[in-house]
Each structure stands twice: as C-alpha cells, then as structure tokens.
Design a protein around this ligand. Structure first.
Ligand code: GUN
Ligand code: FE
Length: 439
C-alpha cells in the first residue's frame, strides 16, 4: 500500500522548475506519479491543502561528531580553533558521547527539513555514526575522517587508517536499500600525507566512492599547504589525481583564477558553508562566479562547533545576503539558492538520479512546509518565502525514502527531551575530563 499526498503546492525542482498544485503518489519509497488529481486506490491519503511540498534539503558538509561542541570554542580563527579545541575534543569522544553528539545533530537536521547529508565522520568510532544514520532514517554518506600527520596523527598511522577505512567500506557502503553510502574523508591536506592520499585514490577507484574534504578555507591554511607541498590546495588535489573521481570540497574560499578553472575542468563540487566561513572569519567564497562557470555549488552548515547550528534556512539566507553588498542585490537570487540546497547537494553526493527534485522515479525524500505563519506572509515568490523569510518552524513534516521521520514537527525515532538530556550529560563529562569549563 502506498501513500497519496493530495492538494499540495508542489515545488518539483524538475528541469522546468514547475510548481504544480496537485498530488504525489508514493510506493516503496519512490515517487510513482505526480499529477493534478490522482484517485486513491487503497492508499494512505494525506490532505496537504494550503501546504507546500518540496524536495528535502541536502546538507553536503556536516560534522555530526562536533554537535556537542556547540557554543564552546567561539571567536577563534580556523587553525587555532581546530588544533586547540576541536581535534582534542573529537579525540576525547567515547562511543557513548559520540552517539549523543550524532543524535543531537540528526535531531536538529531532521526537524529543520534536511533529508540527506554528507558527513565527515570520526577517526575512531565511525561505526557509531553509521549505526545512528541507519536508525534515524536519514539518507546520506559518511566516512571515517582520515588523518595521519599533524597533531592528530603520525606517519605510521597511514596503513592503519587505510585498512580501517576499507573495512568500514565493506560494512557500510550502499546499505539500507542504498540509503547509506561511504564517502572517503581525508580531512584536509595539512593532516594527510601523500601516501595517505594515494591510498584514498586507490580506494575511490576500487569501490567507486566520492571523496569529501576541506580546501582553501582560510589564508593561513592555504599558506600552510603551499609551504608543505609547493602548490595551493586545489592544485594539490588535482596533482594527486583525486579530481579524477567525484571530489567534493568544503569551503573553497581563497582560490586562484587557475584553481577556479580547475574546479570547472574537473567538475569538482564546492560545498559552500557561509555561516562557518563568516564565524571563523575565514572569508566569503565567490559563489556567483562559480555558478557562472557552471561549477556545482551545494550548501552545508559544517559543524555546530563553528556555526553554531545545523539549520539550512540560515545557510540559504546567508549565502544570498553575503554576496549582495559587493556584487549587487541581484547577484544570488533566492531560486538559485534553493537549487544549491536541493539539486546542488544531490550532485555533490553523486545522487542526482535519486534525489534533489520531486519527479517520477526519484526517491520520496520531501518536506511539507506550513507557511501560514506570521513571519511568512504575504509572499509573491515561493523561493523568497523559503530562502529569505523561511525558518525551521515552517517545517511540518519530513519524509525520507517514503517514511515520515518528522510528523507534525515531532521526531518519529527520537524522544527530543531524551536527546537533550543526554547531550548535557556527555558534554559536561567530556569537558570535565579535559579540564575545559563551559563559560
Ligand atoms: N578543516 C579541517 N578540519 C576542519 C573542521 O573540522 N572544520 C572546519 N570548518 N574546517 C576544517
Ligand atoms: Fe568542515
């Protein structure tokens, strides 16, 4: 028996960007039909009159493991923030505290309408992240964060990291009816030896995997990469051959002209994280320029430790607003931003054939908006209503793979109060162990 969603205002995100008033028929997690009127034949029928249905948001750069570190290490630049706080905190996770961080992150993401994520995982307990992604019902890819040099690693770690990664690929890639997949996650060039990156390349080739990393987030990082490798980050990724695969790079704020051409030449995906880029004082990525060169751009809130939330509405709004003072008020219109939040994300995860739009044959990953709210009306343009005045409280229901994971603003798999209680318990425990105080 399928589900029939009736009388919604459907933002399809198909090639014509059709918005239709009508019905969606869903069977076994797939969209079977979209039409102005579909007769129910024993289906579960939902009346979504006066509500808007759209593809779920795809957040293409997330660190679930950092969710417990929200509001802890603020007002710091990237490298200091990372080396003095985030890497030690990530390393201090127990399985239980990691599970708590992941549950908190997933709860926030789902309630805010995110149906798919690309997560940069954890260095020791990656299986906890996959287990929780499976349980929560979210779609997405994650992978053990790979590091073998710097504070968090040592040269002799390389083989161990590669062996563990291959084991995890075997256990988790294309699981749960392909709802869960593996994404190789070399953290960023300063924490990866060339031997490790060669190993990443072989694994990408062997298992046909996407590669998820950070690049050119701030100027100090670019200078560090240049001093270590002789070239800037995107050049280095291309030199290592990783751009022969689906390569999805977070930030890409400080690229040279040549590097921008490399993004275009090798179809490298830019994972734009406007809140994190502003909060760490990293800079503003020239997104309109990337889009004008047909470079795929998607959005992500990065981690709660540098954002400090995981809310796609904030990323969408900010990504539009930060361009306007320098490039003009029409430099990044709401509709293009909504494309980045849906179709762009699908491309960054190599999932365009399954998600990003509501079309027959695609997965039933969708959100139902209620815009009958004081902060949402009036509205002439639906994209403006989402991007400029939208908030998470507009999300009424969230469906992934044909299953309601949020219904009437309530999580279906988690008890919200339990998640909150556990989060407080584990962050205090971690900070106490590390002798850091919560100010
Ligand atoms: N670069 C390398 N690791 C990280 C991280 O965890 N967060 C951000 N924002 N940048 C990084
Ligand atoms: Fe990040």
């Amino acid at each position: 028996m399928g589900l029939l969603l009736k009388h919604g205002n459907v933002i399809t995100q198909n090639d014509n960007r059709d918005i239709i008033n009508g019905d969606i028929l869903i069977e076994e997690g797939n969209i079977i039909n979209i039409a102005s009127e579909i007769e129910p034949k024993g289906h579960d029928v939902y009346n979504f009159e006066n509500l808007v249905i759209a593809p779920g948001f795809v957040q293409s750069h997330i660190h679930l493991c950092q969710t417990l570190f929200r509001n802890i290490a603020d007002n710091l630049p990237l490298m200091e923030w990372l080396n003095n706080y985030i890497l030690p905190l990530e390393a201090a996770h127990t399985k239980k505290s990691l599970q708590s961080a992941v549950q908190l992150g997933l709860a926030e993401l789902l309630l805010g309408g995110t149906t798919c994520i690309l997560d940069m995982g954890h260095s020791r307990y990656q299986e906890i992240i996959f287990q929780e992604m499976v349980y929560s019902g979210i779609r997405g890819a994650s992978g053990m964060v790979m590091m073998d040099i710097g504070k968090s690693g040592s040269e002799n770690k390389t083989d161990r990291v590669l062996v563990q990664t291959e084991e995890l690929i075997g256990n988790w890639h294309k699981k749960e009816n392909h709802r869960i997949s593996y994404a190789l996650a070399p953290r960023f060039i300063p924490s990866c030896s060339s031997k490790l990156l060669k190993g990443v390349k072989s694994l990408a080739e062997k298992y046909d995997l996407i590669i998820h990393s950070h690049a050119s987030e701030n100027q100090q990082e670019v200078a560090l990469v240049k001093s270590q490798t002789g070239v800037s980050p995107v050049h280095y990724f291309v030199n290592t051959g990783l751009s022969e695969f689906t390569l999805s790079l977070a930030h890409c704020v400080w690229l040279t002209r040549e590097e921008i051409d490399l993004l275009s030449k090798y179809n490298i995906n830019v994972l734009h994280c406007p809140s994190a880029n502003l909060k760490l004082g990293s800079g503003i990525a020239p997104i309109p320029e990337y889009l004008s060169k047909n470079i795929n751009v998607s959005l992500g809130s990065d981690g709660a430790a540098c954002n400090n939330n995981l809310d796609m509405f904030q990323e969408m709004r900010l990504s539009a607003l930060i361009q306007k003072p320098f490039r003009g008020p029409d430099s990044l219109p709401a509709q293009k931003v909504f494309d980045m939040a849906t179709l762009g994300g699908a491309r960054s995860l190599n999932l365009s054939h399954q998600i990003g739009s509501l079309e027959v044959g695609k997965k039933a990953d969708l959100v139902v908006f209620n815009f009958n709210k004081v902060h949402s009306i009036p509205a002439d343009d639906i994209y403006s209503q989402i991007v400029y005045s939208g908030k998470s409280e507009n999300i009424r229901h969230v469906m992934i793979d044909g299953i309601w994971q949020v219904y009437n603003q309530k999580l279906q798999k988690y008890e919200e109060n339990e998640v909150i209680k556990k989060s407080w318990y584990y962050i205090y425990k971690m900070l106490d162990n590390l002798k850091i105080s919560l100010t």
